[in-house]
Design a protein around this ligand. Structure first.
Ligand code: LUZ
Ligand code: MOS
Length: 750
């Protein structure tokens, strides 16, 4: 089944937030933000701005009647700055005017006096000064202290990964308006409608039932709207509550890039110990996460870095610590992979480093240390249905990797000014929110009198195709055509207390809730069918829109059945609730069983560099991925391809630079480069591993959103290996992104 939105997307007919017809009298909100990265606010003068014709009002923290607080996990983030600003782009006030143009004009007339304070941008400096957003956390396993002297080889090094801009096509935005009796309706471009609802209620000082949040779809999110859509929505709702008029805020691209947080950059040190036969006996790492000015989702991201710090390997002795450092940057936030790519990069760097020192290929180490069935993860979960070795072996077989490598060696022998490099990157990603309580969902299903079906869940469609999967699930459960089913917008009055659509769990959680709702409703329809057909329920099933009795179609069609059921006053509405079974985690011990299952895969990545310019291309990405029993391979392959390209972008060309004053010097697409059609791998080939999917994946179809992002890590090492082909004396730095400038230096430096 194709994505249900694809035709309308291509025609430009799909409705996004900015397409919603606005009501007469709608005011436009533009955010006035800090121009200093760390300062005391001495005075803000709105008087000149307020004089402008068409400016309605300007609100700041003084207008907040509830709590001026939007921090979701830790309450350390004001909606509007009060006396102190902590980063450039931090909201200070909201200008409301009749048009966006007037509001922007007014913005320039606001005067703000600051008294500068010490700015910290660098994560190492923050660590030295012990500026932390929260206490550090450590995962340990085995006996790290007494293992080093038993290792034949021990290597130490550093690894660094940069930030990444989400660059969702649709920028952050919100449209809110008063409805009856002091209630407010909010259209928000958010992954987390309940977070918007709850935080609006808190800031406005009203109850959650007075806030209705509705989301049709997002033009991309990638984690950037898990938490950071909330602030914008709350500003709009606050203005609505004060003015009792509709208010719209849509950020400009450069505003969005300057105001919002990004993927956390990490600076890490590692120590790895191996035996003579390349078994990794010990691994120790300390990771510094640059969290920005407030904690946002950093505690959860820190946690996922720890969970994925050994990637797809079993290492009998480990100790990994993450420090979340407070700096004067916009609060960094969720981004596809959520700390896992950062954690996995460090172990892959450690392996690459050991391999280079020992003069073996990294794959010689990788393949000796793959996680095996019933191994224990360092957090206590026993690994089941482990497919990493299988994907690795199939990668070698299906794509004849030995031959691929021979071709590369041949190429390198025959070329001086061009070199190719390759890498193999295995992945392992745990599926479930690491915070156990978030692993729940609900679905609401109506069968209408004409046999058509309406479904609502808490899932947000952000281009990933979750709505298509949900329709497939309902069609499958009812035994009817997908054309009968409509998926409604995500709305907090229809489905409440939703978890964010995040952690790759959207289809699993909402799909399972939907299955439960459909099955319970279908049970009543089966009972009714049995009664009409004068048989017992075991004999009855619905297939191809027809009730079958003992596997033979009867003349009781779906339409007739629904008419009968309605006239007989049978309840044609059902609500399903799903909570992932078996998962738990004990934070005191840092042990438990946090994930429903894991996703595995292996990729072979080939890079080619031009040794005169430092410019490179990614020639190939060959992948064997563990989809389980994919319920939609078109969508799943699309997610996989997109994730690889986004991962490659993070590892290669996407470079976020803040200067020492905390100013973003790459706030637009002229200075921040993301992969385009020329920079995607020339060849991407994907093979699905033949393996039964786990019970806890919806219809055994494994989660797809984030895991394949980690394949991008392979691009870094492929480029590095190409550099080493040209410059044998190059000392790898494990400093991503590996931009063409860095490659050029690497080619000619000792
Ligand atoms: N969001 C979250 C996530 O709140 N918890 C998670 O574990 C997670 N994992 C990946 C992406 N977003
Ligand atoms: Mo996410 S990084 O699953 O919002």
């Amino acid at each position: 089944m194709k994505n249900i939105d694809s035709i309308n997307h291509v025609k430009g007919k799909s409705i996004y937030l900015d397409d919603i017809a606005t009501q007469k009298g709608t005011l436009y909100g533009v955010v006035f933000t800090s121009k200093q990265a760390h300062a005391e606010i001495i005075a803000v003068d709105y008087s000149e701005a307020l004089k402008l014709e068409g400016v309605e009002t300007i609100i700041d923290y003084k207008a907040v009647h509830g709590d001026n607080q939007i921090g979701g996990i830790i309450e350390d983030e004001p909606l509007f700055a009060e006396n102190i600003v902590d980063y450039i782009g931090q909201p200070i006030a909201l200008v409301l005017a009749k048009t966006e143009k007037i509001a922007r004009k007014a913005l320039k007339k606001i005067k703000c006096d600051y008294k500068p304070k010490t700015i910290v941008v660098d994560v190492k400096e923050a660590h030295e000064k012990q500026l932390y957003l929260m206490p550090p956390r450590t995962f340990s396993y085995g006996d790290i202290d007494n293992i080093w002297n038993k290792c034949d080889y021990v290597f130490e090094g550093e690894a660094e990964t940069g930030a990444q801009e989400h660059l969702y096509i649709e920028t952050q935005g919100c449209y809110a308006y008063p409805i009856d009796n002091g209630s407010i309706k909010i259209h928000s471009s958010t992954q987390s409608p309940t977070a918007v609802q709850k935080t609006c209620a808190k800031v406005l000082g009203i109850s959650m039932n007075k806030i209705e949040v509705d989301v049709a779809r997002l033009g991309g999110a990638f984690g950037g709207k898990e938490d950071q859509a909330t602030g914008i929505a709350v500003m709009a709702a606050l203005a609505v509550s004060i003015l009792q008029k509709p208010v719209k805020i849509v950020l400009h691209r450069m505003e969005d890039m300057q105001m919002t947080g990004k993927r956390h950059p990490y600076v890490s040190t590692f120590k790895i110990g191996l035996t003579k036969d390349l078994k990794i006996m010990a691994y120790e790492a300390v990771m510094l996460q640059n969290g920005g000015a407030s904690s946002d989702l950093s505690p959860a991201i820190m946690e996922r870095s720890l969970f994925h710090s050994t990637n797809s390997y079993f290492i009998p002795n480990t100790k990994v610590t993450v420090y979340s450092c407070r700096t004067n940057l916009p609060p960094n936030t969720a981004f596809r992979g959520f700390g896992a790519p950062q954690g996995a990069f460090v172990i892959e760097a450690a392996i690459a480093n050991a391999a280079k020192e020992l003069n073996v290929e990294p794959r010689a180490i990788q393949e000796k240390n793959f996680l095996q069935e019933n191994d224990e993860f360092q957090y206590g979960q026993i690994a089941k249905q482990v497919n990493i070795q299988k994907t690795y072996l199939e990668l070698n077989e299906k794509f004849n990797i030995e031959r691929e490598i021979d071709i590369i060696k041949e190429f390198n022998r025959n070329n001086f000014a061009k070199k190719q490099g390759y890498s193999i990157i295995p992945i392992c990603f745990g599926i479930s929110f690491t915070k156990t309580s978030l692993n729940q969902a609900r679905a609401l299903v109506h069968v209408y009198q004409d046999g058509s079906v309406g479904i609502s869940t808490g899932a947000i469609e952000m281009g990933q195709g979750v709505n298509t999967k949900l329709i497939q699930i309902a069609a499958y459960e009812f035994g009817i055509d997908v054309k009968r089913i409509k998926i409604e917008s995500t709305n907090t009055t229809r489905v409440a207390n939703t978890s964010p659509t995040a952690a790759s769990t959207g289809a699993d959680l909402n799909g399972n809730a939907l299955r439960i709702a459909c099955r319970n409703l279908k049970l009543r329809l089966i009972e009714k069918s049995a009664e009409i057909l004068k048989t017992t329920i075991e004999n009855v099933e619905i297939k191809d829109e027809t009730v079958c009795c003992k596997q033979k179609p009867t003349d009781l069609t779906w339409d007739k059945l629904i008419t009968n059921a309605y006239l007989d006053r049978i309840n044609l509405t059902e609500n399903g609730h799903y909570a992932t079974p078996t998962i738990y985690f004990d934070k005191n011990k840092e042990k438990g069983h946090p994930f429903a299952y894991h996703v595995y895969g292996s990729a072979f990545i080939v890079a080619e560099i031009d040794c005169v310019t430092g410019i490179y291309t990614i020639q190939k990405a060959l992948v064997v991925h563990d989809f389980g029993n994919s319920m939609n391979s078109v969508l799943d392959n699309g997610q996989l391809e997109g994730a690889i390209v986004q991962g490659i972008g993070w590892m290669t060309m996407e470079e976020i630079i803040f200067n020492s004053q905390g100013k973003l010097t790459t706030p637009s697409l002229t200075t921040y480069k993301i992969p385009d059609i020329y920079s995607v791998p020339k060849i991407i080939k994907i093979e699905a591993l033949k393996a039964e999917g786990p019970e806890l994946a919806v219809l055994k179809s494994k989660a797809i959103g984030e895991p394949p992002f980690l394949y991008g890590i392979g691009a870094y090492f492929a480029i590095e290996n190409a550099v080493l082909e040209f410059n044998k004396d190059y000392k790898p730095k494990y400093d991503a992104p590996f931009t063409p400038e860095k490659v050029l230096k690497a080619l000619y430096n000792k």
